[in-house]
Design a protein around this ligand. Structure first.
Ligand code: GLN
Length: 488
């Protein structure tokens, strides 16, 4: 599939209309969905309406932006007015939001064509999209394997060319890990760079929206469109947004003397040998491009996972208390009184993993345990951030694998939550520190499954991060590979 710039050129030269591009994309979705199940809801009418509006502008000789007429998919935890938003949870099965998230509002304003809402682990809790209340999403490189998660639907939609672009959300790895497992680019921006208004909250101090794309340049274009201050999100940062895509260069500037740090702790036990090999080769490529490579220690990196599984469920237990069946969503009508109604609805509406997190979080926050768990986890969070701070005194960018393994078989980890949690071992510390990070494809294992390289940047250095990722991508061929769409 063409890049965003190519599609844009085709549109302005009138070689193809937005309606044609959208129709072809919707047809491809129709064809592939029975195998993949990336989407929970397809907004074909809205897409055609938006495409027509762009074509009218072009016909009228008006200038259009880079995203005008470009189809894209949105993870189903971002509210769109009048369009069902379920978070892949039965409890929100019939919920139609009365308001629009800032990100989708910005996309609509840019003339983007919204194809539909993509599948996820229920309330973004999971690493395989198997926790969806509406069935799993399949990995296009091997349909018997998981897509990764929680933004599995968005990753698969982009990997399988059902959409050139998609939005995901990342609380502990939910953009980067599925991007890695599906062989696409996925980026989590600095906490506060992209507005969370209208994103259904999972763990508010960690959640961040970001792009999925087939190239770094396409991801940079989408990031530029959604980033920027929003008064409706209290954690939104008031910063200038550079033109990320314009700043990309095929090589590092020879005078830049870029210093890249390899996080020592990520090469320990549990790392798949083939992942290790490909990531090390990728680091050599970065060196050949002119970067100075150093091994860096982040001694508390490994404590990210346990700290996260206190902090994230604690915030989730508070955020999810609002699903009480009163205003919207599922309701058990047979209950005899209000408390019974809450209990029955929540017992029926939430899946196992969500219930586990609510219980973990409620426990960690309860009187007597708060200091031992929640407070301690917050202290660990600070230490992890300090490790990154001292690492960034020595280097400009950090690298490590995105995920310790390639895509695993569906069902392989569903009975063992700890194994599932380990899939985000290398992405979680980044959220705890609020840093930006991107996963780019860096090879395949012997089964033909994609491997991802994670690049981590200093706060608000998305520009540099994307430059490094782009230079790496341009000197490799991985992003040209196409998935087999078969079961192996
Ligand atoms: N897999 C992690 C979790 O289950 C991260 C999810 C996410 O980033 N939304 O919490």
């Amino acid at each position: 599939m063409a890049s965003i710039r190519e599609l844009h050129k085709q549109l302005v030269r009138k070689e193809r209309s937005a309606v044609e591009i959208t129709t072809e994309t919707l047809e491809r979705i129709q064809k592939l969905e029975p195998q993949l199940h990336s989407f929970l809801h397809i907004t074909a009418d809205l897409a055609m309406e938006q495409a027509k509006a762009v074509d009218q502008k072009i016909a009228a000789g008006e200038e259009i932006g880079l995203l005008a007429g470009i189809p894209m998919a949105v993870k189903d935890n971002m509210c769109m007015q009048g369009i069902p938003t379920t978070c892949a949870s039965r409890i929100l099965e019939n919920f139609v939001p009365p308001y629009e998230s800032t990100v989708t509002e910005r996309l609509r304003e840019s003339g983007a064509v919204i194809l539909g809402k993509t599948n996820l682990d229920e309330f973004a809790m999971g690493s395989s999209t198997e926790n969806s209340g509406f069935g799993r999403t399949c990995n296009p490189w091997d349909l018997s394997r998981v897509s990764g998660g929680s933004s599995g639907g968005s990753a698969v939609a982009v990997a399988s060319e059902e959409a050139p672009l998609a939005l995901g959300s990342d609380t502990g790895g939910s953009i980067r890990q599925p991007a890695s497992l599906c062989g696409v680019v996925g980026m989590k921006p600095t906490y506060g760079l992209v507005s969370r208004f209208g994103l259904v909250a999972y763990a508010s101090s960690l959640d961040q929206i970001g792009p999925f794309a087939r190239s770094v340049e396409d991801a940079a274009i989408l990031l530029g469109a959604i980033a920027g201050y929003d008064p409706r999100d209290a954690t939104s940062l008031k910063v200038e947004i550079p033109d990320y895509a314009k700043l990309l260069r095929p090589n590092f500037h020879p005078k830049a003397r870029l210093r890249i740090g390899v996080i020592k702790e990520t090469f320990g036990s549990g790392l798949d040998a083939q992942v290790e090999e490909k990531v090390k080769t990728a680091i050599e490529v970065l060196q050949q491009l002119g970067a100075e490579i150093q091994v860096i220690s982040c001694p508390r990196f490994g404590y990210g996972l346990p700290a996260y599984y206190i902090i994230a469920p604690s915030e989730a237990s508070a955020n999810l208390a609002r699903y009480d069946a009163v205003r919207y969503g599922l309701r058990d009508e047979k209950a005899e009184n209000l408390v019974e109604m809450y209990k029955k609805t929540r017992a029926e509406g939430f899946g196992t993993e969500v219930k586990r997190r609510i219980m973990l979080g409620t426990y960690a926050l309860s009187a007597g345990y708060y200091d031992a768990y929640y407070l301690k986890a917050q202290k660990v969070r600070t230490l992890i951030k300090q490790d990154f701070d001292s690492a960034f005194e020595k280097v400009d960018v950090l690298v490590c694998p995105t995920s310790p393994t390639t895509a695993f078989k569906a069902g392989e980890k569903t009975d063992d939550p700890l194994q599932m949690y380990l899939s985000d071992l290398m992405t979680i510390p980044v959220n705890l520190a609020g840093l930006p990070a991107v996963s780019v494809p860096c090879g395949f294992d012997q089964d033909g499954l994609p491997i991802g390289l994670q690049l981590i940047g200093k706060v608000l250095r998305e520009d540099l991060l994307l430059q490094v990722a782009h230079a790496y991508e341009q000197s490799t061929e991985w992003h040209f590979q196409k998935p087999t769409l078969k079961q192996k």
